[in-house]
Design a protein around this ligand. Structure first.
Ligand SMILES: [Cu+2]
Length: 126
């Protein structure tokens, strides 16, 4: 195999990787899988007129740290509620508020602002 062949193959592989990234990562950008930190899944959710990401995917039985990073000052988003986990927390603007949950059942669990206007969900894989 010549050096040129190798370059062509590497170029093709890079193109395939780029397309896969575009489909599987970029295309799902509103949804975030939590990253595991010392056995605890952690995901940062930006609160700025909505939740970003609005859909968080975690695994059953794994502790989850939801870090709400609130940017806006709207009274709408000042509270976050996760009814299935009995969570209701005030989120100070400009601060990161950590909410820890430990999902024991698979399913889709909503989180909302105090008035249920802003919405997101936690998907727990079995
Ligand atoms: Cu609201």
């Amino acid at each position: 195999m010549t050096g040129t062949d190798t370059l062509v193959i590497l170029g093709a592989l890079a193109a395939i990787a780029a397309v896969n990234w575009w489909f599987f990562v970029a295309g799902q950008s509103p949804k975030a899988a939590a990253t595991s930190v010392g056995g605890t899944a952690e995901v940062v959710i930006t609160v700025d007129g909505g939740y970003s990401p609005a859909v968080v995917q975690v695994r059953r039985g794994e502790k989850v740290r939801l870090v709400f990073d609130r940017k806006d000052t709207s009274s709408c988003s000042e509270e976050v509620v996760i009814p299935d986990f009995n969570v209701r927390r005030f989120l100070p603007t400009g601060e990161r508020t950590v909410v820890e949950i430990e999902p024991t059942t698979a399913g889709r669990f909503p989180f909302t602002c105090g008035m249920s206007m802003l919405r997101g969900s936690i998907i727990v894989d079995g």
